[in-house]
Every structure is written in structure tokens, then in C-alpha cells.
Design a protein around this ligand. Structure first.
Ligand code: FPP
Length: 233
């Protein structure tokens, strides 16, 4: 894999609209969306990507109808029951970012079990953003920093230090952000971390996004000229 492509993040949009287009309930779309997580994660791992961060449930998603929220809370159990063995065989390490403590207790338990079971795996980190919002993350980071200042551990914050206080401190900046379903928004996802990411918006809804589509996005990424604000070499 390219040395410059470590961290890929995906906004898995369009499950609900895809389901409606099939005359099915929105939850049908989420079910197929979760199945697709398996395909894309295995493929990304094969490509040698180090971190794949997926926007699975945002801090704003609590506003959805109760039936949908309840279904999304059950999805990790459905997903890991079916695919944990494969994730283990492929040395994929499951991690989470977000407000863990606000998730339903059963959801938390299922995620904790997957994290624990896979913690010694050595290949790609598959990071589920659950009850995650970037502004919320930044507020939490500021609170932690204020605490460190109070305790005399910090007093001169510089830009490079901020990442240490974010939930993604182990993952580094995002190199490539993909959003499916033809919406061109960031929706409060990894705002600090995408400062210099390449952004790719794909027309297809998430359940129809294939490994080949990921390859196409990566090809486009390789053709972009990342200058990080500097000049071309
Ligand atoms: C946004 O699309 C997607 C979500 C709110 C949920 C995405 C979650 C998954 C694909 C599964 C995650 C898997 C695990 C194991 C946690 P939308 O349905 O809101 O799209 P719409 O704009 O068409 O309504």
C-alpha cells in the first residue's frame, strides 16, 4: 500500500434512501449497510490500510425515531455475531470512538467484548464512531486540557498537542475521507483530523459501495497532488 495512505474514514450515507427505493424499511438499509462494513473492512485490510474509521452513529442520530435508534443500537450485536470470526482470522483490531457511556448497556457490552477479543490483533484498526460528534470531541478535549492546566501538567498548548486530547489520538490525521450517497457535507465528523484529507464524494448509497469502488477512490487519491499548503516539489 502507498505509504501516504494510513487512515481512511467513511461517512456511510444512504442506507435509508436505498431501502426506501426498494420499498423496504430504513432498518433494512442499515442491515445491508452493516453487511457492507464486513466487505469493505476486509478489503481495506488486504490493501494494507492501517486505520479505517466508520461513522456508525452520530451524536445527532439520537433525534431519529425510536425504532430506528433501537435498531442501530442492536446492529453491533448482529454484525459481530456474523463477522467477528472473520475479523479475527484477518487480524483486524476493533476499536471505538465516541461517548461510550451513553450507548445502551447491551450495545456497550457487545462492543467491549469485540474490542477485548481483538486487542492483540496486529493488522488494521477498524474504528467504529458510535455516539460520536466532532464538536463534542473538541469540547471534551478542551475540558481535559483545562484539567491538565489546573494540575500543572500543561501550560503552553501548541497545535501539535491538540491531537493528543482527541479520541483519535492513536490514529493520526485522516488521509482520505469518503462519503457515499452524493451528499457533500462533513456532518460533524473528524473536523480537526480532516484538515488536509482528500475528500471524495461517491454517488452510490453505502449498501451498494463495493471493494472496487474503494479501489477507484484510492486511485483518485493517488492522482491528487497533496501539498499540505506548501508548493509542489
Ligand atoms: C447514515 O445513512 C447511516 C447511519 C446513520 C448508520 C450507518 C451504520 C451502518 C452502515 C452500520 C454500522 C455497523 C456497525 C456494526 C455499528 P442514512 O440511513 O441516514 O441515509 P439516508 O440519508 O438515506 O437516510
Amino acid at each position: 500500500m502507498l505509504d501516504t495512505l494510513n487512515h481512511v474514514a467513511i461517512i456511510m450515507d444512504g442506507n435509508g434512501r436505498w431501502a426506501k427505493s426498494q420499498n423496504k424499511k430504513r432498518t433494512f438499509g442499515h442491515y445491508h449497510g452493516a453487511n457492507n462494513v464486513r466487505d469493505i473492512a476486509l478489503h481495506a485490510n488486504e490493501l494494507g490500510i492501517k486505520v479505517l474509521t466508520l461513522y456508525a452513529f452520530s451524536t445527532e442520530n439520537w433525534k431519529r425515531p425510536l425504532e430506528e435508534v433501537e435498531y442501530l443500537m442492536k446492529l453491533p450485536a448482529v454484525f459481530f455475531d456474523r463477522f467477528m470470526d472473520e475479523l479475527m482470522q484477518n487480524q483486524i483490531k476493533v476499536e471505538c470512538i465516541g461517548h461510550f457511556h451513553r450507548l445502551a448497556p447491551q450495545t456497550r457490552k457487545v462492543l467491549q467484548r469485540a474490542i477485548e477479543q481483538s486487542k492483540n490483533n496486529t493488522k488494521m484498526k477498524l474504528v467504529f464512531a458510535m455516539d460520536y460528534g466532532s464538536r463534542d470531541e473538541i469540547v471534551e478535549a478542551m475540558k481535559k486540557y483545562a484539567e491538565d492546566v489546573k494540575n500543572g501538567k500543561e501550560n503552553n498548548l501548541v497545535e501539535a498537542d491538540v491531537a493528543k486530547y482527541l479520541m483519535t489520538s492513536d490514529y493520526g490525521d485522516v488521509d482520505l475521507l469518503i462519503r457515499t450517497s452524493n451528499e457533500k457535507r462533513i456532518s460533524n465528523f473528524l473536523l480537526w483530523q480532516i484538515a488536509y484529507a482528500e475528500l471524495i464524494f461517491v454517488d452510490k448509497p453505502w449498501p451498494l459501495f463495493t471493494s472496487q469502488d474503494l479501489d477507484t477512490c484510492i486511485l483518485e487519491y493517488t492522482q491528487r497532488d497533496r501539498r499540505f499548503g506548501g508548493l509542489k516539489k
